[in-house]
Design a protein around this ligand. Structure first.
Ligand SMILES: *Cc1c(COP(=O)(O)O)cnc(C)c1O
Length: 169
């Protein structure tokens, strides 16, 4: 119980919005595979998405005919919010973003992305493995629907730990 309370406080969630998972990948998969994708639905992601998550996208592309749209970085190498706005269509079902890229350390503008997701009523899934425990993170400020985290990085927990946040609504 204490773990649930501490995790909830860490990311400003309610206790009943937290699940403890085996690792981040399984938590991310529980959230992602719970989405009712249909043929032609679109997933929007960035160039810096974590590779395991990309395998999840490719799987639903292959099995369900879901389309994957990767937002190209702008000329400075940053995530482009204007490209995101342009790429959104009535078929966009999910925006899936890695908060801080594992390979390059790039930090995504997750609050601004959350505003855009909310405006268009699109599900928003965040991989926060490199950010929770490293930089402050508030799920209410970001407005993400789902967020997956590993224990074994900045939280200094053992392997075999992680958690998943799912917004109650
Ligand atoms: C480490 C990492 C993961 C995978 O975490 P596991 O707990 O090993 O599943 C996922 N996403 C990012 C961005 C990571 O850095």
């Amino acid at each position: 119980n204490n773990t649930y309370n501490l995790v909830a406080r860490l990311i400003n969630a309610d206790v009943d919005e937290i699940a403890l998972t085996e690792n981040a990948s399984s938590g991310w998969g529980i959230a992602f595979n719970g989405i009712d994708f249909k043929k032609g639905d679109e997933i929007i992601t960035s160039e810096m998405e974590y590779v395991t998550n990309v395998l999840g996208f490719l799987n639903v592309k292959k099995t369900l005919g879901v389309e994957i749209k990767v937002i190209p970085n702008d000329e400075h190498g940053n995530f482009s919010l204007s490209e995101l706005e342009k790429t959104i269509s009535p078929k966009t079902k999910l925006i899936a973003i890695t908060h801080i890229a594992a390979s390059t350390g790039d930090m995504m503008p997750v609050i601004e992305i959350g505003k855009i997701a909310k405006k268009h009523n699109i599900l928003y899934l965040l991989d926060a493995c490199q950010s929770v425990g490293h930089v402050p993170l508030d799920v209410k400020e970001i407005n993400c629907d789902m967020l997956a985290v590993t224990g074994r990085k900045y939280l200094r927990a053992p392997r075999g730990t992680g958690f998943l946040y799912i917004r109650k609504a």
